[in-house]
Structure formats: C-alpha cells, structure tokens
Write a protein that binds this ligand. Structure first.
Ligand SMILES: NC(=O)c1ccc[n+]([C@@H]2O[C@H](COP(=O)([O-])OP(=O)(O)OC[C@H]3O[C@@H](n4cnc5c(N)ncnc54)[C@H](O)[C@@H]3O)[C@@H](O)[C@H]2O)c1
Length: 248
C-alpha cells in the first residue's frame, strides 16, 4: 500500500475526479476527508470509500472558516495531514461578453479563492508533519483555446502559476506542490458543458483515440502524492491521451 498511514483531504470529492481520487487513495491505505458542498453526494461518496477510510465534510470551499474547521478537524482526528488535493470546480462556458457577473464571481471564488483557503488551512498541518504533497487540478484548457471557456481557462492558468509559486515557497518544508491537467474526462461537471458530439470529436483528435477515465486521472494523482514522485515538484502533468501535442 503506497499511502498506508497517510491522511488526505480532497475538495469537491462528492463526484467526478475527486471521488475517484478518494477511492484510489483509500484503496492504497490513506484515510481521506471528502469535502463537498453537496451533502447528499459527499455522504454517499464517503460511505463508498474502500475500507471505510472516507469521512464526509459538507463544506463550501468559498467559506474560508468552514474549510479551515473541516481541515483542522480531520487533521486532529488523524494526528496530522499529508496530502491536499484542490479539486472543487464550477463549470460554466459562454462567450466572455455574455458571462453574468454572479457566475464569474462564483467560478473565481470556488476555482481560485477556494484553493487559497484550503492551502491556508492545510499548509500548517503539512509543515507540522515535516512534509507532504499538494495537487491542484489544472486543465489542458491552459495549453490551447477551448470555445467559450475564457473564465474557466483563466482560473486554470492561475492554478498553474500558483502551483509553481507554492512549489518554491513550500519546498523547503518538504512539501511537493504539483498540478494535474486532465484532458476531457466524462464526469458530471464536464458533461454539463460537453455534448455527445463534443465527446466524440475530442476522442477522435487524441493520438491514442481515447479519453482518460476518472480512475486513470486518479492513478496519476496517486503517483504524484506517493514517494515514487519524491523529486517531482512544480510540474503540471497532462493526462490527455496526447491531444495537446496533436496539432490541428
Ligand atoms: N472532467 C474533465 O474533463 C476535467 C478536465 C480538466 C480538468 N478538470 C478539473 O478536475 C476537477 C474536477 O472536475 P470534475 O469533472 O470531476 O468536476 P465535477 O463538477 O464532476 O465535480 C466537482 C465537484 O465539486 C463540487 N463542488 C462544486 N462547488 C463546490 C464548492 N463551492 N465547495 C465544495 N465543493 C464544490 C461539486 O459538488 C462536485 O461534486 C476540476 O478542478 C476540473 O476543473 C476536469
């Protein structure tokens, strides 16, 4: 077991990639805190985590104090914290000129400020433990343009920059900060902005003629948080079946 004795926090873990990472980490022995704003989803997801190693926290990542309370509680129960995955997101695609202010605010508050809040809450625990691993969920949307995704891609670009910044700031504490950039992966969130034709055309454009599954993304996350990656810091790892290097 690669994560035996480790404690991990994953935001947005009620479904999609967050839930897959929770299952994968727990199957490798980690105790996992699943934070999500959707109470029904996160309760069910935590109950299904292998080995009974999941704990649900109903938290909106926009609420700085609630994020801190959840992470502090979990760290106290586990005697510390080793892994933090910043995964929560709100998807919304439209031409920038049509984006309503409240939707833009919501996306930025969840996608960027929510990551600040969990880093603020989690970092002292990781330092106290003498090191650990952070993963921020970026996207291949940073590498090329995606129609109507101006706000979403801006958020993911910010997380890439934040990843490099934090990798340097926290490296001296033995904390490795990296990012994962999935291509399109069928999840509830991605399916709300990609239609059937969109999935097919994306698949066709990848050199491997396939799209990654949530479990494959989770396997890459497992690698990055495990000791197998102990000299890897500040990278953004693409899991995209090669679509970003395929060209037009
Ligand atoms: N699926 C993809 O194709 C894809 C591609 C590239 C990057 N990503 C990134 O991976 C991450 C996960 O994506 P996904 O496709 O699994 O998304 P998803 O929408 O399927 O799941 C996101 C989860 O976050 C939760 N959430 C939303 N707002 C929240 C809030 N305010 N506080 C706490 N939880 C909240 C939702 O309830 C949901 O369970 C995101 O950061 C996304 O940008 C996904």
């Amino acid at each position: 077991m690669k994560l035996a004795g480790k404690a991990a926090v994953i935001t947005g873990a009620g479904g999609g990639l967050g839930q897959a990472m929770a299952n994968t980490f727990a199957a490798e022995g980690a105790q996992v805190a699943l934070l999500d704003v959707n109470a029904d989803l996160v309760t069910a997801a935590a109950a299904a985590v292998p080995g009974g190693r999941g704990r649900a926290y109903v938290v909106d990542v926009r609420d700085r104090l609630a994020v801190k309370a959840a992470i502090d509680d979990f760290a106290a129960r586990q005697g510390g914290l080793d892994i933090l995955v910043n995964n929560a997101v709100a998807f919304s695609y439209a031409p920038l000129v049509d984006m309503e202010e409240d939707i833009v605010d919501r996306m930025l508050d969840i996608g960027i400020k929510g990551v600040f809040w969990s880093l603020q809450a989690g970092t002292p625990h990781l330092i106290a433990r003498g090191g650990g691993a952070v993963i921020n969920l970026s996207s291949i949307a940073v590498s090329f343009s995606i129609k109507n995704a101006a706000v979403y891609t801006s958020i993911k670009g910010a997380l890439d920059a934040l990843t490099r910044q934090q990798a340097v700031e926290l490296g001296a504490h033995g904390i490795r900060v990296n990012a994962i950039a999935p291509g399109s992966v069928e999840t509830p969130g991605a399916s709300s902005v990609i239609d059937a034709q969109g999935w097919e055309s994306r698949k066709a454009r990848t050199p491997l003629k396939r799209l990654a599954t949530p479990e494959e993304v989770a396997a890459a996350a497992l690698f990055l948080v495990s000791d197998d990656a102990k000299s890897i810091a500040g990278v953004t790892l693409k899991i995209d079946a090669g679509i970003t290097i395929a060209g037009p």
